[in-house]
Design a protein around this ligand. Structure first.
Ligand code: ADP
Ligand code: MG
Length: 682
């Protein structure tokens, strides 16, 4: 960057120390920042025929003052000035509040330009802005910038105009010429001019394209540089697994792997064997068979002489995974153990000792796995299930428990591709995009609360056939009031309703872990037929005989969560049903219910969820780790994001990128952002 762009904003006329401070509070430190500060929208200030303007619309008109303006005083120090204005053939009124001084500046026959809100019925503009004289020719669209008081949009506009006139020529190009040409993007200087002084919305679109692409490209360059660095510097181990044993194990499974499962097993095994450390995200819809993939991967690692760990977010899930892995691995000589916070005392000590001696090959557990005293002898593979529930920090701790174990993150919440390549841009992604055959589609219905009677009839019919059902109620913690929506109340009501016929269970987060497990066990052994629960069963629980899922107040849940809940049924060979009880008040709520009844495809749902909620909300605020883009929008500009990602991958691999002057801006950016830490340039 040339020196003059690095000068403080005080070199501008009208910007003193105080204003400069206020600009700094908006992130504007120097002239360059000011030039790069972009509008978030544009006001259409073209002159318009009043006949075309609708009520309450903001407009700008030019007209002739028709008669002496009148001022009315009221209250303490308040006043209103009314100007009769002749606009084309219309005589209208324009009012301004507390601007009595205008009276002295306006005389009949003066031409003025007024901006304000049009009241069609009263034929009045409530004025916001006034300029004495005709509308200037050039400004058709006025940029509106985000500002922080006391800086006003008007003042900022003035500074930007001045900065652009005096220093605009010194703006440097930050994209290489061949990319500008390839995508027909305007040069930086031109694009900035358009953003600040546009002639048409189309111009702005073109200029915006450039900034979106640039922003994504720089972001992806950072991700890819980081990935390259990780791969080159944090050497993993080559795990020489026993292919024959793996094959035998796979053929011992009670089912044939789907093609999708085979594909991802191959991807994972290739990572295990490679000396580069695996950093892979495994996505697969609920019921797609990730557990089997996890079992095979862990087994492979064990045949190579390593230990494996599987970390899950809840005790129930840990217990279930433990059971299913133990079953799957029962034909082998692999030792597998469960470690949760309810494993205490001597048993815990014993497990830790055997773990250190590598007598335990696979350890399954909750957060208990990442405590300090948990030491593996030779940890080779770490798998986390439902990874988005674990913070980045926890993932790191687990990873550091081994020399440099391979890491596989599994998630049943399909993450829209756009988000996956953004948030997990430095990861490899495997997708199980096929369901085991023979599954019936779950029938999903949306019902109003007043249809509860009919629904209970239906539940009774299913239970009489020997099936089981879930009724999910919103969190018990959420309200102290015991209304029906509350799990306990629902439990009481249903116990009464089905008294003497079926056994009802109650499950919620406040129960002690041992009790939760007991209830889950009773449910999976069909001692309980109807389980009333809060969303603690949301993740992973597997009871194939359950065929009915009823979600109370379904509008309170996001699409992904509803999909997770629905995934608790349809796990066996019988037809299953999901009934969403909801009276949504908002359009978004209604839309959600509609989407749920229309698709069973988790990826489609997650894309829609992202559209409805926006990226910030998708993961929940705390763990989102989403980058903030200035201009770009991950949802709407996802094509540009993919293009940028592909370009970044290519660029990083080219010699020219690390040498040519065209890329010096990019290299400097990578350097400054820390993506190259430890690595020297040139
Ligand atoms: P996920 O963890 O992806 O939700 P699971 O691994 O729990 O799915 O699998 C769901 C059910 O499907 C389990 O009962 C499992 O035994 C079964 N399953 C897994 N893979 C297959 C397959 N290839 N063919 C048939 N059934 C399968
Ligand atoms: Mg699972």
């Amino acid at each position: 960057m040339t020196n003059s762009l690095e000068q403080p904003t005080t070199i501008l006329k009208g910007v003193g120390e105080e204003t400069a401070e206020n600009l700094i509070a908006m992130g504007i430190y120097n002239i360059d920042d000011l030039l790069q500060y972009l509008p978030f929208r544009y006001d259409d200030v073209r002159l318009r025929d009043l006949a075309d303007v609708s009520h309450d619309e903001k407009i700008t008109v030019e007209g002739k003052v028709h008669s002496e303006p009148s001022v009315m005083y009221y209250g303490r120090k308040k006043n209103r000035i009314t100007i009769h204005l002749l606009v084309d053939r219309y005589l209208i009124k324009v009012t301004f509040f507390n601007r009595a001084y205008l009276k002295g500046q306006l005389s009949p026959q003066d031409v003025i330009t007024v901006t304000g809100k049009w009241d069609k019925h009263r034929q009045t503009i409530t004025g916001q802005d006034i300029k004495i004289g005709p509308q200037s020719q050039s400004a058709d669209y006025e940029p509106v910038y985000p500002v922080k008081s006391p800086i006003t949009v008007k003042a900022l506009r003035r500074y930007i105009i001045q900065a652009f006139n005096e220093y605009g020529d010194e703006v440097e190009e930050t994209l290489p010429f061949h990319l500008l040409k390839q995508y027909k993007l305007p040069a930086k200087k031109e694009a900035l001019r358009i953003m600040h002084f546009p002639h048409s919305p189309d111009d702005v679109k073109q200029a915006r394209r450039r900034f979106v692409y640039e922003e994504f490209l720089y972001f992806q360059l950072k991700m890819q540089a980081f990935r390259k660095l990780e791969r080159e510097q944090s050497k993993g181990v080559s795990q020489h697994y026993d292919l024959n044993k793996i094959k035998n194990f796979i053929s011992s499974l009670p089912f044939q792997l789907t093609n999708a499962q085979k594909k991802v097993v191959n991807e994972i095994c290739a990572d295990l064997k490679s000396p580069i450390r695996m950093n892979r995200l495994l996505q697969g819809d609920v019921g797609s068979g990730k557990t089997a993939v996890a079992a095979i991967s862990l087994f492979a690692s064990v045949t190579a002489g390593y230990q494996g760990a599987l970390m899950v977010p809840t005790e129930i899930l840990a217990e279930q995974h433990f059971q299913s892995l133990k079953n799957l691995l029962s034909q082998t000589d692999v030792n597998i153990e469960l470690l949760t916070s309810s494993v205490k005392g001597k048993r815990r000590k014993d497990i830790l000792e055997r773990l250190k001696k590598a007598e335990i090959h696979i350890l399954i557990g909750t957060h208990a796995l990442i405590q300090d005293d948990v030491d593996f002898q030779k940890l080779g593979l770490v798998i986390t299930d439902e990874q988005h529930r674990f913070g980045v920090e926890q993932r790191r701790i687990l990873r550091e428990k081994g020399e440099s174990p391979d890491v596989l993150f599994m998630t049943a919440t399909p993450i829209p591709r756009t988000l996956a390549i953004t948030v997990f841009g430095e990861m490899d992604v495997s997708i199980i995009d096929e369901m085991p055959s023979g599954r019936k589609t779950i029938e999903t219905h949306w019902a109003k609360h007043n249809m509860l009677d009919r629904i209970l009839d239906f539940v009774e019919k299913e239970l009489s056939k020997g099936r089981q059902a879930y009724i999910i109620c919103p969190l018990i913690e959420e309200s102290d009031k015991l209304d029906f929506q509350n799990a306990i109340d629902a439990y009481d009501l249903l116990s009464n309703y089905f008294q003497g016929k079926f056994k009802i269970g109650l499950m919620h987060g406040r129960l002690p872990a041992s009790e939760k497990e007991e209830i889950m066990r009773e449910f999976s052994e069909n001692h309980i037929q109807l389980l009333v629960s809060t969303t603690v069963v949301e993740v992973g629980v597997n009871v194939p005989n359950a065929t009915v899922m009823i979600v109370y107040d379904a509008e309170r849940f996001g699409l992904s969560q509803l999909h997770q809940l629905r995934g608790r049924v349809g796990r066996g060979s019988e037809q299953s049903y999901c009934i969403l009880l909801a009276d949504p008040k908002t359009d978004i709520g209604k839309e959600r219910m509609r989407i749920m009844t229309e698709t069973n495809d988790g990826f489609v749902l997650s894309e829609r969820d992202l559209e409805l909620r926006g990226p910030g909300d998708f993961f929940g605020k705390k763990q989102s780790g989403l980058p903030e883009f200035r201009v770009a929008d991950m949802v709407h500009d996802y094509r540009a994001l993919e293009t940028a990602r592909n370009d970044a991958i290519k660029l990083i691999e080219q010699k020219e990128f690390w040498n040519d002057i065209e890329y010096s801006h990019m290299r400097k950016y990578l350097h400054d952002s820390g993506a190259l830490s430890g690595e020297k340039l040139d």
